[in-house]
Design a protein around this ligand. Structure first.
Ligand SMILES: [Cu+2]
Length: 163
């Protein structure tokens, strides 16, 4: 009995080895997956070099505050208009876009990309004769390298104070 069993085992092992040699997959392993690497996701993040600049302008009857804004060339700008007046106002940036009519007490935003070259953009309220009443302003598109250097120096100063 013992003898027969070992012969049987020997045959089974032999068959299994033969199966492996000819490249077949033993049935006990079930279906084979072609390639586990297929599930590896490649995440490619696009790192944008440009900054998102957030600006806020308050509209009253009848002016904008501030009426002069400054951004860097190529900046992505989120401009928010707060209507603190008692009538409807909007904000039109010439050649760029607009924030449509905002009710008193409400707020609205727009996003735009500043021109790549230094320039001056004009904005105004296009409702009624608000612009003539004084609702206009400018957005200076200029490189602020000097300002950046100044703020860097301030940061370093703060850092050394902490030590
Ligand atoms: Cu207005």
């Amino acid at each position: 009995m013992q003898f027969r069993l070992s012969i049987l085992m020997g045959v089974l092992v032999g068959l299994l080895a033969l199966g492996l040699l000819v490249g077949g997959t033993p049935a006990v392993y079930g279906g084979s997956h072609e390639n586990g690497d297929a599930e590896v996701e490649e995440e490619v993040e696009e790192v944008k070099e440009t900054d998102l600049v957030t600006l806020e302008v308050v509209a009253t009857d009848y002016q904008f505050d501030p009426a002069e804004l400054t951004v860097n060339p190529g900046d992505t700008v989120k401009l928010t208009l707060v209507n603190a007046g008692e009538v409807v106002h909007d904000l039109v940036i010439e050649d760029i876009g607009k924030i449509s009519a905002v009710d008193p007490g409400d707020t609205a935003s727009m996003e735009f990309t500043a021109p790549d070259e230094p320039t001056t953009l004009s904005f105004h309220c296009s409702i009624g004769d608000h612009q003539r009443e004084g609702m206009e302003g400018i957005i200076e598109v200029v490189s602020c390298e000097e300002e950046e250097e100044e703020s860097k120096e301030e940061d370093e100063k703060e850092y050394s104070d902490e030590e």
